[in-house]
Unconditional design. Structure first.
Length: 371
């Protein structure tokens, strides 16, 4: 069944008060309207203006060319100032103010020029040029106002949709925190309490620290690496208590990179994935490495590289077991936050066996000085 569209209403007020009805706030302009006209737009506009002026001067009588040049110059200066006004104020009021300003200055100059022109026919010719020029300028300003308003509205809409997508992905990531980890840990804790195992107290403390750091973690769109690493350490402490000597961990993350931000839960997802598929399936356990470094390769942008490696069986030929919903969502959130190819997440076989997951994202120099 086809849904019927509501009939479009006609805004009759555009006949006497034309221009975009929406008035952008200062915050909206700062978010989506801080760019000036592109060079391509300026070059194309100047080329068209040059063609029109050339045709006008060729058609004009020779004795009025000098005075006409003054009028044309006044038109160009006034229309440039008016277009700049509308560019930064794309609204009905801004268009009205710009149109009045672009009309008043040529009127004054043309009136002065006409007083120097003795022939009535030449005066009439100046009047025709004035009327045509004013009409062209006003229509041009209307197009600038409408196009600019649509550009800003489109940007604001895209940013709103992007923020919504990031929020949905963040909620999905929060819901995907390994449920089996919590169930198995609580089961181990219950068993150790019932049997009087001394490890119960340490496990409870580690689990409490894990929950304390992870529950508020997804309230922010970006999280410092140091905060994410704190949650990972609590998680690994719980897993070391559960797995004992089967789990060996090495963490090498410089403190200088602790302020670098990434979507929350990404590192935790990679660590959980490595333990679930690389360490736990092996009876002898395995080793896990977490490394971070600053990539300053010449000729390329500075990036942060974060690696999680295990010495397990390695990625399967079919990527679906290891690149499931968790990694897919993590990759999507990373690219929503920083864009592709500025930020990437890849999973590959590690040298010597096992798997290595590697995240790259742009280095933020200001993050090093952020408190």
């Amino acid at each position: 069944m086809t849904r019927s569209r509501a009939p479009e209403t006609i805004d009759w007020s555009q006949l006497w008060y034309p221009g975009p009805r929406r008035v952008f706030t200062a915050a909206e302009m700062a978010e989506a309207g801080q760019d000036g006209p592109s060079r391509t737009m300026l070059v194309v506009t100047l080329a068209n203006v040059a063609i029109l002026v050339g045709v006008l001067l060729v058609m004009a009588p020779p004795d009025v060319v000098g005075g006409l040049m003054l009028s044309v110059l006044a038109f160009l200066l006034a229309s440039s100032a008016a277009a700049n006004w509308v560019w930064w104020r794309p609204s009905r009021l801004g268009l009205l103010q710009a149109s009045l300003g672009a009309t008043f200055a040529p009127l004054v100059v043309t009136w002065l020029v006409r007083s120097w022109v003795p022939e009535r026919s030449d005066r009439v010719w100046h009047g025709v040029v004035l009327a045509g020029g004013v009409g062209v300028v006003v229509v041009m300003l209307w197009f600038v106002a409408v196009w600019r308003a649509q550009q800003i509205e489109s940007r604001l809409r895209e940013r709103a949709e992007r923020e919504q997508a990031i929020e949905m992905a963040r909620r999905l990531a929060a819901a995907q925190l390994e449920p089996h980890f919590l169930f198995n840990t609580l089961a181990s804790l219950q068993h150790w309490v019932d049997t009087g195992d001394a490890r119960a107290s340490r496990l409870l403390s580690a689990l409490t620290g894990y929950l304390r750091t992870t529950l508020p973690m997804f309230d922010r769109p970006l999280l410092p690496l140091a905060d994410e690493l704190a949650a990972v350490r609590h998680y690994l402490e719980v897993m070391r208590l559960r797995l004992g000597d089967r789990l060996q961990v090495e963490i090498d993350v410089p403190t200088s990179l602790g302020a670098q931000r990434l979507p929350p839960g990404l590192l935790l997802t990679l660590v959980e994935n490595a333990l679930l598929h690389g360490i736990e399936p092996q009876l002898a356990g395995g080793r896990l490495w977490v490394r971070a470094l600053r990539d300053t390769a010449p000729g390329g942008p500075e990036r942060v590289v974060l690696e999680v490696q295990d010495n397990g069986p390695g990625p399967a030929p079919d990527p679906s077991p290891r690149q499931g919903t968790g990694l897919t969502n993590a990759r999507q959130r990373l690219q929503l936050a920083y864009g592709h190819p500025a930020a990437t997440l890849e999973l590959a076989a590690a040298d010597g066996g096992g798997a290595i997951a590697r995240i790259r994202w742009p280095f933020e120099p200001q993050a090093s000085t952020r408190p």
